[in-house]
Ligand binder design. Structure first.
Ligand code: AMP
Ligand code: ZN
Length: 474
């Protein structure tokens, strides 16, 4: 049974899906006005892994994640560059998709975009006006009447009256059309040079929160299993989404609320506005996307994670140990061709290997504890390394290879070295092998051996096979 920490109840709950065998989950995606930073990558990697684990457990997952493609920051950038706002958003959606692919984040079942769902937003806003949950101000702005929604504050565990004191200031700073400082915008009038849409209230554009209420309804349903995002979204974004959706649809919006903690740098949230960020693109220039993925999953998603070079280096070393194990298995499998039957001794060992899978599942069932899940995989790697050799049967090696592949696939880790980073090494080794072959042909065995020893000193092992010389890292 999978247990999930629900921000709403502040405790871990058994996961019971709305429809048997199915999970409908919505993850708030990025605002696309720039390259994403590695803080934005944390929810992407975390919830892609959650999705993969549900699939591992046999669920069919409808995974929806939006792109916010209309927003002040996008508009400002479009004015700066003198292009249409859609040019900016389409450019950064494409860039974001490239980064996602490099981190082996699977595309969502649907990636809706706010600007393509305006009709649904107008419909929901109208419904809220008709039922008294929203009102139109003189200039055509539509506000949500927050106090009318009795459960407001239930997700962030905030008390409405305390909030009132904090927000009173707003009433005297230009938001005087509001009935109450707590009210928030559903639709706002256009400003000169901004993109706008026709609506019954004014030419304008939607407020931020309404898009997620509409898109999760459209692509999953009135009630969804899981709603997720970074913890900064709990208030006001998710609180406002609940107010909109539950008032409009008259039912529970999301059954489980999951929020990842921040990726920090020097113990402060990494963010564009603080300027303390690295883009995913920066990091991909230095590390394989798999290493970034490993780094993110090395702690459970509700714990803060501090970015540092040391931790990235340590993630690199750990990830490479797993890759080495997989490469060794593939290497031994080639040698074991034809040995299709497992020996009795090997078969007797298998339950020991199975124990790591149980350990992995226990960790992942417990609110997706990827830190302990990865430890289980590590122990499996150690076990494999000490139980396989050149005498192992193909059947045994295949079983272990499959086991390792299945578990690491839940973390989205591809067990093949990034070819682009290794190209230089490969070119060097191939050249040395060619030189050694030439020396042998010329019967200069001393030179051939010297080349072999030199490679060995660099951690490269050569293997003479019938198909030619093969090499691997020691
Ligand atoms: P934004 O584009 O700022 O709306 O962010 C997109 C997603 O990234 C949201 O789920 C945010 O909560 C999340 N996010 C932004 N910065 C961080 C960070 N430093 N650590 C973790 N998640 C973050
Ligand atoms: Zn959202």
């Amino acid at each position: 049974m999978i247990r999930i920490y629900n921000t709403m109840s502040k405790r871990k709950e058994d996961f019971v899906p709305l429809h048997e065998g199915k999970v409908g989950m919505y993850v708030c995606g990025p605002t696309v006005y720039n390259l994403i930073h590695i803080g934005n990558a944390r929810p992407m990697i975390v919830f892609d892994t959650v999705r993969r684990y549900f699939e591992y457990r046999g669920y069919e997952v409808n995974f929806v994640s939006n792109f916010t493609d209309v927003d002040d920051k996008i508009i400002n950038k479009s004015i700066e560059e003198g292009v249409d706002a859609s040019v900016i958003s389409e450019r950064y959606i494409e860039e974001c998709k490239k980064d996602m692919a490099a981190m082996n984040i699977r595309p969502a079942t649907t990636h809706p975009q706010a600007t393509r769902e305006i009709g649904g937003m107008i419909e929901m806003i109208q419904k809220l006006i008709d039922t008294g949950y929203a009102y139109v101000a003189k200039d055509g702005t539509v506000y949500y009447r927050t106090r009318k929604f009795r459960d407001y504050g239930k997700l962030s565990h905030k008390d409405l009256d305390n909030m009132q004191t904090g927000l009173r200031m707003l009433a005297v700073t230009g938001e005087d059309q509001k009935e109450d400082p707590l009210d928030f915008v559903l639709w706002k009038p256009k400003k000169e040079g901004e993109p706008y849409w026709e609506s019954p209230w004014c030419q304008g554009r939607p407020g931020w929160h309404i898009e997620c209420s509409v898109m999760s309804k459209e692509y999953i349903g009135d009630t969804i299993d899981i709603h997720a995002g970074g913890e900064d979204l709990v208030f006001p974004h998710h609180e406002n989404e609940i107010a909109q959706s539950e008032a409009a649809n008259c039912c529970t919006f999301a059954r489980y609320w999951m929020h990842n903690a921040f990726l920090n740098i020097d113990n402060r949230k990494m963010s564009k506005s603080l300027g303390n960020f690295f883009t995913v693109r920066d990091i991909l220039g230095q590390y394989d996307g798999q290493v970034l993925r490993y780094f993110m999953l090395s702690v459970q998603y509700r714990s803060p994670l501090n970015f540092s070079r040391e931790l990235m280096e340590s993630a690199k070393t750990s990830y490479e140990r797993i890759v080495n194990c997989a490469e060794n298995l593939r290497f031994l499998l080639e040698k074991a061709a034809g040995k299709d039957t497992m020996t009795e001794a090997e078969a007797a060992l298998l339950p020991e290997a199975d124990a790591f899978r149980t350990q992995f599942e226990t960790a992942m069932d417990d609110d997706f504890n990827t830190a302990d899940g990865i430890s289980a995989v590590f122990e499996l790697v150690k076990w494999i390394n000490s139980h396989v050799d050149e005498n192992s049967s193909a059947a045994f090696l295949n079983k272990l290879n499959e086991e390792l592949g299945t578990l690491t696939d839940v973390f989205g880790l591809i067990l093949v070295r990034d070819k682009s980073l290794d190209d230089d090494l490969a070119a060097y080794v191939e050249a040395q092998i060619a030189a050694r072959q030439a020396a042998r042909k010329a019967r200069d065995f001393a030179k051939a051996d010297a080349i072999r020893d030199e490679l060995k000193a660099k951690g490269i092992i050569l293997e003479d096979t019938r198909e030619g010389v093969k090499w691997k890292k020691a």
